[in-house]
Ligand binder design. Structure first.
Ligand code: W6P
Length: 415
């Protein structure tokens, strides 16, 4: 249908990345004018990103694109695309555009890495590609000037639209996980399907990016905490987040294995270490690593052991990276089995909701299986320019290295 043609058209346009620094700089002055600029950017960028995912879902190999769960997810992307491109925009008079431009501090102007033709403009002249330089793709904070109520209403309505979209996509990870499980049950293949693997890596990475952009716009109107710019905390206290993740993982472990106390976890981190990050992402990654280490330790020594070798969390502060090492003595994994840890197809237990900003009430068996936790955690780490690596000593234990990029200028990875 016509909507699908439109989606395939939008999918041809390049995505525009936003760095952590750009998001922070933009969000520090969330005036109505700045919100308008940001809404204009999102109204153009999100349809491109959503459209690309629809096309990928539409072209999955091995009849995967015909799986009911894949179709369900694709329809959410189509629905959100439609809502965004049909969202009514306020008409800005020439006088008003001029006033906004004057209130934009040009010294703070930042250009996006790629300026590209506007897909909406192209749609009108069917087929004809016009290189339209997009002035509003210049990410410019705007001073607090008086703006007509129309604009303020538009900003508010647009945030509501984004909230609806974000909520609609909450169950994407679990729904696709179900799909992969059904596919596995059907094909009974133990292979690592590299196509499926790279698709999901790209897909989840893209999802993180979309949710960060949306979360950022929503949080700018709701969060007024001084250390926060949208969902980004400029002073994320690693020690506190790690302690939280340790407490949560230990509790889950005790609950799951019925232990009086979980293996001890020691934390070696400067208490006042602060850096710019998204605390929920950091918590999610640490929690995931700790659960894996706890599980390996308890399963090696048994749930009736008198004591366990402690799990050690060491934080190193470099110029470029902050690296967090999580070491366990849980017996490790064979070198040949290590690559499996990163696969979505490998999962033995039912997939669990592993989204840091997804509150699901009926969340069960959180210690079970490797789940999707590790590959998704690696996507989170890579999203802000970091990485996650595992080194295993077979018959001894495993070290996980979580590298977090200090340089907030790292470009947004765009699958
Ligand atoms: C293991 C397996 C694993 C995966 C990720 C992190 C830690 C560990 N420990 O034995």
């Amino acid at each position: 249908k016509e909507l699908m043609n439109n989606i395939y058209h939008f999918a041809k346009f390049p995505q525009t990345g936003v760095s952590l620094r750009q998001m922070v700089k933009f969000g520090q002055k969330p005036t109505q004018g700045t919100m308008l600029k940001s809404s204009q950017f999102l109204a153009e960028e999100l349809p491109i990103r959503l459209a690309r995912r629809v096309v990928e879902l539409d072209n999955l190999p091995n009849k995967l694109s015909e799986m009911p769960s894949v179709i369900k997810v694709k329809n959410w992307y189509i629905e959100s695309f439609k809502e965004l491109i049909e969202f009514p925009h306020p008409k800005l008079s020439r006088e008003l555009r001029h006033r906004i431009k004057s209130a934009s501090n040009s010294s703070e102007t930042m250009t996006f890495p790629s300026s590209h033709p506007n897909p909406s403009a192209n749609i009108v002249n069917n087929g004809q590609y016009h290189k339209v330089p997009l002035n509003h793709r210049f990410y410019t904070p705007v001073d607090d000037i008086d703006l007509p109520s129309e604009i303020i209403d538009f900003n508010r309505a647009f945030v509501r639209c984004l909230e609806t979209i974000k909520r609609r996509h909450d169950p994407v990870v679990t729904t696709l996980a179900q799909g992969i499980n059904e596919f596995k049950a059907f094909h009974r293949a133990k292979m690592i399907d590299t196509d499926v693997q790279s698709f999901l890596d790209r897909f989840y990475m893209s999802r993180i990016g979309i949710r960060v952009l949306i979360g950022q716009q929503i949080a700018l109107v709701t969060n007024q905490d001084s250390d926060y710019v949208g969902i980004i905390c400029t002073k994320t206290r690693l020690h506190d987040v790690a302690q939280d993740a340790i407490a949560n993982a230990s509790f889950i472990c005790e609950d799951y294995y019925g232990l009086f106390s979980a293996p001890k976890i020691t934390l070696h981190c400067r208490k006042d270490l602060e850096f710019m990050y998204v605390p929920s992402h950091l918590h999610h990654m640490l929690f995931e690593l700790l659960k894996n280490s706890l599980r390996a330790t308890v399963e090696l020594y048994g749930d009736d052991a008198d004591s366990y070798p402690p799990i050690k969390v060491v934080v190193a502060e470099g110029q470029e990276d902050i690296t967090i090492k999580v070491s366990d003595e849980g017996g490790g994994i064979t070198r040949s089995a290590l690559p499996m840890v990163w696969t979505y197809m490998y999962t033995t237990a039912e997939a669990q909701p592993l989204d840091p900003d997804f509150n699901q009430t009926d969340f069960k068996a959180p210690m079970a299986g490797f789940g999707y936790g590790l590959p998704i955690s690696r996507c989170y780490a890579r999203y802000f320019g970091g990485d996650l690596k595992l080194i295993s000593m077979e018959n001894f234990g495993t070290d996980a290295y979580l590298h977090l990029c200090r340089l907030s200028d790292s470009a947004e990875p765009l699958p």
